[in-house]
Design a binder for this molecule. Structure first.
Ligand SMILES: [Mg+2]
Length: 218
């Protein structure tokens, strides 16, 4: 984990072997985020109005209807991650699919979350039967995945709901299969679109098909 400016992110707890590598984002790919966050906000006396693809500017106090400023939004996101074990549930089919894939591949979670909430996320993933290694970092994902894979020449896959993360991995690991997975809700419909040739998986079964096809010799 990053402990101060200039330190290199410690990923030494992640052991990657000589097999295909599957790196998954967590929020809205492995665990539901947008829906439970909206419910959490309601319980805290706030409403989320998906007027644009942004949390800042779109959260208001339920009573006064006044917009919450950026610092307030960051505090609410932090409070949600602090309490994530009470709110976040797995995406449909993810537990079974990653279990099956992990017989043939190394699975690693790469979550763009402040590292200080890593313990809560670790406990939640373990409780759900998702005991794969976890990296929590807000640094760009492409360079992290590049370091993780090092010089291995086995097929690699990266799955995320955010275009900028997919593009970061494309830039640093152009040979990787990139899979776009996102909720169908109004917020993500307004999100920046990934480059046209990045395939969107409709669900985890579809993702597994794409991943296995990528493993076939070409
Ligand atoms: Mg995400």
């Amino acid at each position: 984990m990053r402990t101060g400016s200039g330190d290199i992110l410690d990923i030494s707890h992640v052991r990657v072997t000589d097999r295909p590598l599957v790196v998954c984002d967590v929020d809205d790919v492995v665990l539901h985020f947008t829906d439970p966050f909206r419910k959490f906000l309601l319980a805290e006396g706030h409403e989320f109005l998906p007027r644009s693809f942004n949390l800042i500017g779109n959260i208001i106090a339920s009573d006064t209807k006044l917009e919450i400023d950026a610092d307030g939004v960051y505090r609410l996101i932090g409070a949600f991650f602090e309490a994530q074990e009470n709110w976040q549930l797995p995406i449909e089919e993810v537990v079974q699919t990653l279990e099956v894939l992990s017989a043939d591949a190394d699975v690693v979670f790469l979550t763009a979350m402040p590292p200080r909430y890593g313990e809560q996320r670790r406990r939640l993933l373990d409780r759900l039967g998702l005991a794969f290694p976890l990296i929590a970092s807000e640094e760009p994902k492409g360079p992290i995945m590049r370091r993780l894979n090092a010089e291995r020449r086995y097929p690699t896959t990266f799955i995320d709901d955010m275009a900028y993360n997919l593009h970061s991995v494309r830039e640093h690991m152009p040979e990787s299969l990139l899979i776009h997975m996102m909720p169908d809700g109004p917020l993500h419909m307004m999100a920046p679109k990934p480059q046209a040739d990045i395939v969107r998986a409709s669900d985890w079964r579809h993702a597994e098909e794409l991943i296995r096809a990528h493993w076939l010799p070409r």
